[in-house]
Design a protein. Structure first.
Length: 388
């Protein structure tokens, strides 16, 4: 094997901590790519990890960096997420396993170290990654996303005294994918309350992006006694205008997701073309995460059902969204993107009208995922909001 394997990469393998990675089925192959050297496979068969020459098998995840970065990771027990955030290290195909590999070879024994695990809550298996010690902040991803969209939050807020817990919602990522369920904000909020009970958390703050923001708001509506503060990152809000396709989406169309042919070769190029930057960096990794669920029948069903419920939510009336918003008790920080075409910042004035005293607002030059697109500005504001 190349000398690098016997040095930096072997150091990583030698300190493998199986309790810090969640490997569905107990076996996986992580392709460790060395951009200026020779690749190797990290073969996991829990509780063991061994390094082998690259085989013809398609890896479950790929982690790529140059020799200098791998050597730095071997000597710096906290460098993995920093290298990832700075673009010196990339993870593709499966961020749950790829970043889990970095967490499990980190060698940090501290209670607040980065780790991956899963929890049974509300008859579902919830895949979780967490880091840090302090008041808990539960992070909820958007439609089609996973906990990976909050990796910047983990890396930036955990060192500042927050216990950051990013979850995969049922139907997405590495959580269970049920064939039945409400797949709306109320249903997800009930599951999150069960998750809090399993984690022993009486209260927590919540950060939610897009659909996750709507679920965070539902926690504030239906379980305010469990909520400290809310961070709403371009949150999904009920439509204020007439919805012309409402009649069609009231039909059971999401069930077609079980029958829809979705060969990867046909779906992947279309998705990457639709998503700006879908071939590089964080965005490419995010598309990988979306495809992992969407290419399964149960993942497609969850995606379509959630999308339909977002579109059909009633804005007015006794139980309408905007009526309920006026009664929101926990304080909220709303973060809006000037370039966001999914939840335009024009919604801000409607939120200000509904919550004239209990909400703060931040506008950033970004699109729909501020915690990834403008991580420093977003997390500086979030830290200040949560600690003052």
């Amino acid at each position: 094997m190349p000398s690098l394997v016997h040095g930096a990469l072997q150091d990583l393998a030698d300190r493998f901590a199986p309790e810090d990675i969640d490997v569905p089925g107990g076996e996986a192959v992580i392709r460790v790519e060395v951009s200026d050297g020779e690749d190797v496979d990290a073969v996991i068969s829990l509780p063991d990890l061994r390094l082998e020459p690259v085989s013809g098998r398609r890896p479950d995840a790929r982690v790529r960096a140059d020799t200098a970065t791998w050597e730095a990771l071997a000597g710096d027990l906290e460098g993995g997420m920093a290298a990832f955030g700075q673009g010196r290290l990339s993870v593709r195909d499966n961020l749950h396993l790829g970043i889990g590999f970095l967490a499990a070879t980190n060698g940090d024994p501290a209670p607040g170290r980065l780790r991956f695990h899963r929890v049974e809550a509300g008859d579902h298996e919830i895949a979780i990654t967490e880091a840090g010690e302090g008041p808990p902040l539960i992070c909820i991803h958007g439609l089609g996303g996973t906990k990976a969209s909050f990796m910047t939050t983990l890396s930036l807020l955990a060192p500042l005294g927050h216990r950051v817990i990013a979850i995969d919602l049922p139907g997405f990522g590495d959580s269970s994918k049920p064939f039945t369920g409400g797949f709306d904000a109320i249903w997800y909020a009930e599951i999150i309350v069960s998750l809090m009970d399993e984690l022993g958390l009486e209260t927590a703050s919540f950060a939610g992006n897009s659909m996750g923001g709507r679920i965070a708001l539902e926690m504030g509506f239906s379980a305010p006694e469990r909520v400290d503060r809310l961070v709403l990152l371009a949150p999904s809000l009920a439509w204020l205008k007439e919805r012309p396709w409402k009649w069609l989406l009231q039909m059971p169309l999401p069930r077609l997701g079980y029958l829809q042919p979705t060969p990867r070769w046909a779906v992947e190029p279309v998705v990457r073309k639709l998503v700006p930057g879908g071939e590089q960096g964080w965005t490419a990794a995010g598309v990988d995460e979306f495809l992992r669920a969407y290419l399964t029948p149960s993942g497609r069903f969850a995606f379509y059902e959630c999308a339909r419920n977002i579109y059909l939510e009633e804005p007015y009336g006794g139980e309408g969204f905007w009526t309920r918003l006026k009664k929101l008790e926990p304080a909220g920080l709303f973060v809006w993107g000037d370039q966001d075409t999914l939840v335009p910042k024009s919604f801000m004035r409607h939120v200000e009208r509904a919550l004239p005293r209990s909400s703060a607002h931040l506008e950033l030059d970004c699109g729909h995922v501020p915690q990834m697109e403008r991580p420093i500005e977003t997390h500086d504001a979030v830290h200040a909001f949560l600690t003052t």
